[in-house]
Design a protein around this ligand. Structure first.
Ligand SMILES: Nc1ncnc2c1ncn2[C@@H]1O[C@H](COP(=O)(O)OP(=O)(O)O)[C@@H](O)[C@H]1O
Ligand SMILES: [Mg+2]
Length: 273
């Protein structure tokens, strides 16, 4: 076992506040004292001499070499139906990890995540197949999201139009797409469905101004129709315009949770120093 306990004890108590649920609103995501730890097996170990190599072999037999990264340290918050939550923080602060944990893709080390409905994670790394054409990926992506073949057919043109991809590209393998084109297609596929909880990781960062406007409108629509939207984006303007609430994480700890203007101002001030 890894010594997680020791590490979590170093987290200040105020980092894991008791969650309070507003009884007048409908909670859709509850994150309660969440800790996420990555384990990297076979990491570390320098080359060294024959003697140290032998020592390492002996050690390895008893205890596998393992590195741990404590990526989320006691985060708690409640998100309600209709919320669009921006997640901000510097690189490596835990934004993507938090989204993956909400999506149920990473098990909590401690604490829990409750969601009402099925979360869908839409990221730059979403599982589209690089060797398949855009067209095949649209069909697979829709089916993977639980749309029927009929619904997929009905939505197909809308997805192509929304992605803004030229017809000749739709018939080419996705590996020939620029990252922006790939991101736009991913977003278009995900936006074709009404989501209980939509998690968007940086997908908007690569779009051009026109696509950003379109996706902003789409997020607005999804937010009205459905549960909640989480958005991770480097562009703070996009976050401020799209979200009604912003959570700031730093080194796996929640620094602030509040209205976009206030949190973004505090974050900008802290990072400008
Ligand atoms: N698959 C992984 N295995 C091990 N460590 C990881 C993995 N993904 C992220 N991390 C680490 O977890 C921390 C948080 O990363 P991440 O959630 O990707 O941050 P952000 O999205 O805010 O840039 C970083 O220290 C990062 O190196
Ligand atoms: Mg990230």
């Amino acid at each position: 076992m890894v010594d997680v306990k020791e590490k979590t004890e170093s987290v200040p108590a105020e980092a894991s506040p008791q969650i309070v649920i507003d009884p007048t609103r409908e909670p859709i995501v509850v994150v309660d004292g969440l800790h996420v730890v990555y384990r990297i097996y076979g990491a570390g170990g320098d080359k060294g001499t024959a003697a140290t190599a032998l020592l390492r072999m002996v050690r390895r037999r008893n205890r596998p070499q393992m590195k741990t990264v404590h990526a989320i340290k006691g985060v708690s918050f409640v998100v309600y139906r209709g919320d669009a939550v921006g997640i901000i923080g510097s690189n490596g602060s835990g934004k993507s990890t938090l989204l993956r944990a909400i999506a149920g893709l990473l098990p909590p080390e401690r604490g829990a995540v409750y969601t009402d409905g099925q979360p869908s994670l839409l990221g730059v790394n979403a599982a589209l197949m690089r060797d398949l054409t855009g067209e095949r990926n649209i069909v697979l992506g829709c089916l993977a999201q639980g749309l029927s073949l009929e619904e997929t057919k009905a939505k197909y043109q809308e997805i192509v139009d929304f992605s803004g991809l030229k017809p000749e590209f739709i018939q080419l393998p996705m590996r020939t797409y620029s990252s922006g084109m790939g991101a736009r297609l991913r977003f278009a596929i995900a936006a074709a469905k009404t989501h209980d909880v939509l998690l968007v990781d940086e997908a908007l960062a690569t779009g051009d101004a026109r696509f950003k406007r379109k996706s902003k409108a789409k997020i607005e629509e999804l937010r009205k129709d459905a549960g909640a939207v989480f958005l991770v984006a480097h562009n703070l303007e996009v976050i401020e315009e799209t979200c009604n609430r912003v959570i700031w994480v730093e080194e796996g700890v929640m620094r602030m949770d509040g209205d976009p203007k206030t949190v973004i101002a505090a974050y900008t001030e802290a990072t400008d120093k």
